[in-house]
Design a protein around this ligand. Structure first.
Ligand code: GRF
Length: 203
């Protein structure tokens, strides 16, 4: 059953492994006084992740949880405890470079979102922009979707299209897509928090 909309601001957690530009967009879109939701926790599997610094700068709790070799269970156990302790309503993967286990995903049905830099189901996995250039498509984009046990599978919430231009490099295409990601992710989160999107619903 869809838990959204809530009668209070939703408590959002962001999981990020790297630079954190989507985190920044989410922090901007969901500041502490937003009635729909606010980012209250940022978790990273990389101690040096810029995302953690950005969270601290924004005054949001930032936690590093190591992902030990072959130790996904340890990370997930610590993450689960943290999410519960912070009474998190919705988990947002933003450049989180790990695959969560089916058990973890099942514990959060319809409450984990991800953003991917392609028009899924095209070009899942790593280097989606490189894949698009190699395939010679004229258009690509970004997708926000609910997370299921697959890699970049799961029901789509929204997509934004981006042209591939002559002479594009992986960098120029990634930058054009990223600008759209920063609009798309907050918009998709708003839809979920308003109860307008749910894995079982036709979107
Ligand atoms: C984005 O392109 C996102 O779609 C992908 O990883 C990248 C993360 O960038 N999953 P950032 O860390 O949010 O800047």
């Amino acid at each position: 059953m869809n838990p959204f909309p809530l009668e209070r601001p939703a408590r959002l957690a962001v999981l990020a492994s790297g630079r954190g530009s989507n985190l920044e967009a989410l922090l901007k879109a969901f500041p502490p006084d937003d009635p729909l939701g606010r980012v209250v926790l940022v978790v990273s599997d990389r101690r040096q992740a810029l995302a953690l610094q950005k969270a601290v700068q924004a005054g949001v709790e930032a936690v590093y949880i190591p992902w030990p070799k072959g130790g996904r269970a340890q990370f997930e156990e610590a993450a689960l405890q943290l999410l519960q302790a912070h009474r998190i309503d919705l988990v947002l993967l933003a450049g989180f470079m790990r695959l969560l286990s089916p058990g973890f995903v099942a514990a959060w049905p319809g409450r984990i979102l991800n953003i991917h830099p392609s028009l899924l189901p095209q070009f899942p996995g790593l280097h989606a922009q490189r894949q698009a250039l190699k395939a010679g498509v004229r258009e690509t984009g970004c997708t926000v979707h609910f997370v299921d046990e697959g890699m970049d599978t799961g029901p789509i919430i929204l997509q934004r299209r981006v042209p591939v231009l002559p002479g594009d490099t992986e960098e120029s295409l990634s930058a054009r897509i990223l600008a759209e990601e920063h609009q798309a992710y907050p918009e998709a989160v708003r839809r979920v928090l308003r109860g307008e999107a749910w894995p079982g619903s036709r979107i």
